[in-house]
Design a protein around this ligand. Structure first.
Ligand code: UT7
Length: 333
């Protein structure tokens, strides 16, 4: 079944924001038992950005959204809604969407946070586009932001070297017929929850001295289980989406996967029978920024002239939950 929207809706502008502090693999080798060679060959990461302590997600999310608004030539007061995808909100409540709304001055918007880890941006994009297609709102901002440096355990070298901080934002509106989001397929599978999670800090295990001592407020990951499932679901889900819309892999101008590990991305591209030159890669400079990987990759791809109006683009994500999804679109501007 095609999940076509009832009206043509797409992305009409992008923006991004990264903290200035660059953390190289050599920097990490000074604080844990690791080295540049292992990190590069096993993950494709050369460096990442880490925010200064005390930087909330809104501090990166608001400038990213402001850049997208400026690129669109739109005032914040014209926004009807703001959806923020994040697993590292400023606070559990109020929502980071409220903070970002205040910071950019979007005085006519409602908004909310959406928690779907690395798939968060795709789910938020689909939610925004569905709202616009339904006709209740016209202009929605989607922000994907994570401050992963606040939830990594520096005593766990297998996980802590992977993540970085960043924010990407897009504006979602009605577009010309034939452009914008063509189709999507998203899934969740709670049986995978134990392989990638933060055990404490929610209602099931509120923060106590014991949970802090047990390091349960950090990310816990079983890397190889996540790796195998990520390759299969990102590739097969994207392939199914292309097949049911009658597109061959060579018709794709750009494949923009979640940036978790270059080996996952390469394996997914191979399974999709896609020439690697048509895959967007920025993991070498930014690492895994969770909800921010796809919107920042889209922003950079557009700035680099790697896609133009009418080009076929596929987005794919996989993350904690498990959550995964793919979205097929024609670039709208
Ligand atoms: O975005 C959310 C979704 N997350 C993902 O998609 C991540 C998926 N998983 C992965 O990307 C990979 O599984 C990892 C990068 C996390 C790990 O790579 P791996 O090839 O599965 O390595 P491994 O965990 O099997 O470890 C291999 C070896 C071990 O040493 P021994 O036991 O073979 O002696 C580790 O102790 O590499 C060692 N190792 C390290 N060595 C140097 C693990 N981390 C490091 C490190 N530096 N940072």
């Amino acid at each position: 079944m095609n999940r076509r929207l009832t009206a043509p809706v797409g992305i009409t502008a992008t923006g991004q924001c990264f903290p200035p502090r660059v953390v190289t693999n050599d920097d990490l080798s000074k604080i844990m038992e690791t080295n540049d060679e292992w990190i590069r060959t096993r993950t494709g990461i050369g460096e990442r950005r880490w925010a200064e302590p005390g930087t909330g997600a809104s501090k990166l999310g608001a400038p990213a959204l402001q850049m997208a608004l400026d690129n669109r030539g739109m005032k914040a007061t014209e926004l009807d809604a703001i959806i923020v995808a994040t697993v590292t909100p400023d606070t559990l409540f109020p929502a980071t969407a409220c903070r970002i709304q205040e910071m950019v001055g979007a005085t006519n918007a409602f908004g909310f946070d959406l928690s779907a880890a690395c798939s968060g941006f795709l789910y938020a994009l689909t939610s925004a586009a569905s709202l616009v297609a339904a006709g209740g709102v016209q202009r929605v901002a989607v922000v994907g932001v994570d401050i992963m440096s606040t939830v990594i355990d520096l005593e766990d070298r297998t996980t802590s070297v992977l993540f970085g901080d960043g924010a990407g934002a897009v504006i979602v509106e009605r577009v010309e017929e034939g452009l914008g989001i063509l189709d999507f397929e998203h899934r969740i599978d709670g049986s995978g929850g134990c392989f990638l999670h933060m055990p404490a800090g929610g209602s099931a295990s509120p923060a106590t001295a014991e949970t802090v001592a047990a390091r349960d407020h950090y990310i816990h990951q079983s890397g190889s289980e996540v790796f195998k499932k990520a390759v299969r679901e990102m590739a097969d889900n994207s392939r199914m989406l292309m097949d049911r819309n009658g597109f061959a892999p060579e018709e794709l101008k750009l494949f923009v996967p979640h940036q978790a590990n270059i080996r996952i991305m390469d394996a997914a591209a191979k399974r999709l029978e896609l020439d690697p030159s048509r895959m967007m890669v920025n993991i070498d400079k930014f690492g895994n920024t969770t909800a921010a990987t796809i919107p920042t990759a889209l922003h950079q791809a557009f700035e680099q002239g790697r896609m133009a109006k009418g080009d076929l683009v596929a987005l794919a994500a996989f993350g904690a939950g498990f959550t995964w999804g793919s979205t097929l679109l024609r670039w709208a501007y």
